[in-house]
Design a protein around this ligand. Structure first.
Ligand code: ZN
Length: 165
């Protein structure tokens, strides 16, 4: 079956990123545990879906996404200074740890602690893959029409559509 909006796609992928001039495997999904998602529902990177748009069950794919088309260029300004007081109860976070954060509008995001000063914690708000070109390779394992329940929820319910949640 061909990939289309309102269809659920299961695929394998290997995601390679560039590290000091060499491509290294950053993430993957296997045939036993494929990535399953509702196509066209805005859950995936738009350019990722665009690159799959002509494919059908059984097809292989291999493409690159520029940083701009993936998680954006690295933004030197995307750094927050959090008062150390915020961590009175949880304890001072370690450098390199990932903090779950929330803005004034209730949006959740993550930040990585880059340094701890006398009265503040400095957090990098860039996506961990910001500034990276992404190289995706994999196979389309299955394409099926989404169930009415999946369409009303806006996400896939597993490879067979019956995943309880
Ligand atoms: Zn659901």
């Amino acid at each position: 079956m061909k990939i289309n909006p309102q269809h659920v796609v299961s695929l394998t992928y290997d995601l390679y990123v560039d590290q000091e001039g060499a491509e290294v495997l950053a993430e993957s999904a296997t045939e036993e545990q494929p990535l399953t998602f509702l196509y066209g529902a805005g859950q995936m990177l738009p350019k990722f879906e665009e690159n799959l748009s002509a494919l059908s069950t059984g097809d292989a794919y291999d493409f690159h996404l520029s940083a701009e088309d993936a998680y954006g260029e690295y933004d030197e300004e995307a750094v927050a200074n959090l008062p150390l007081d915020m961590f009175k109860e949880s304890g001072t976070p370690e450098i390199g740890s990932i903090l779950p954060l929330q803005d004034n509008h209730g949006n959740r995001f993550q930040g990585q602690v880059v340094s701890v000063a006398e009265d503040s914690v400095i957090v990098d708000l860039n996506h961990p893959m910001a500034g990276q070109e992404l190289h995706f390779k994999g196979n389309i394992i299955n394409v099926r029409p989404a169930t009415p329940e999946e369409l009303s929820h806006g996400h896939a319910h597993g490879a067979d559509g019956h995943h309880a949640h």
